[in-house]
Design a protein around this ligand. Sequence first.
Ligand SMILES: *[C@@H]1O[C@H](CO)[C@@H](O)[C@H](O)[C@H]1NC(C)=O
Ligand SMILES: *[C@@H]1O[C@H](CO)[C@@H](O)[C@H](O)[C@H]1NC(C)=O
Ligand SMILES: [Cu+2]
Length: 324
Amino acid sequence: MKIFQLTAIAAAVLALPLEEGIAARQTPSCTSPKLRKNWAAATATEKQAYIDAVLCLPTLPSRLNVSTHDNLYDDFTYIHTQLSTPQRIHAEPVFLPWHRYFIQVYEDALTECGYTGAAMYWDWVADSGAPASAAVWDPVLGFGGNGSASSDNSPDKWRVVDGPFRDLRPTYWSTLDQPDPHYLSRDFFPAIPQAGFQEMLGWQYDQSVMDTITPLTTYLEFRIQLESRPHAVVHFAIGGSRGDMGPFTSPNDPMFFLHHTMVDKIWWQWQHDDFANRKLAYEGTRNDGLAASLDDLMPMLGLADDKTVRDYMDTEGGPLCYTY
Ligand SMILES: *[C@@H]1O[C@H](CO)[C@@H](O)[C@H](O)[C@H]1NC(C)=O
Ligand SMILES: *[C@@H]1O[C@H](CO)[C@@H](O)[C@H](O)[C@H]1NC(C)=O
Ligand SMILES: [Cu+2]
């Protein structure tokens, strides 16, 4: 009897951590997902709260141990640039989940700054007919607009002279080798009527382009087309050669996160078009030549913990809890 009891207790004790472990992994903790909104559809109060939180990031301490900057705003640019030289987060399968994770780390940082909403996106497909007039560039409740040659910025950078971010001073430009503090810059690709080029290359990310990408059925093809076409074109359309959105230091421009949240939304929609088959659809060859795996760790270099791709495939499970 005693032996039986002891055995039963021992078995119960042994079973406990195991079951707790399974429960921790399986419990759906995401009961009320945050809704990520289109900037153009957000209220003035929501927009102002978002802008205020972005402006607070340079006042928070860096989480990295580098001598060239000391604030959280520059951390995002630093990490993104460091992981792009050599390339570990673009032009390979991890592009989509890594940027999904990066946006979440950014949203969490905005939350530290008192923001209670979710990340927001710029719907550049909807605005592709007149991208330069989009609500996101509003000088009051937006990100300011195109840059212009300015005597108080280096000549190779066109300063954004309107909007709430006109006094931002990102530390890096294009490289981490040498700090290059400058005002936030943009270089909207101009219209070239003779060539039939509309402003900001809008025809390269309009609905007809998306209609050639979203029907693709493999993650391999879908990721390549989404990354190399509209994602890349929008970076260039905003950043050109004299703006922050061009080089790998692009998280300097707060618009980076609205652009990438749109990219994430397109991936999310693609996953949800056939969620049973696409929730964990992930494949391709990594830049180091190995086959990509859901167990690959996504590096965050101290800005946040490294996490597996698998943890970031479902936006309403694991560490994520949002929807569109
Ligand atoms: C930060 O960097 C300095 C200089 O390289 C080093 O001495 C120090 O140990 C580092 N601290 C941490 C917490 O890594
Ligand atoms: C952006 O500003 C630059 C510099 O003033 C100008 O050359 C370019 O045409 C502008 N782009 C658009 C789309 O207005
Ligand atoms: Cu990137």
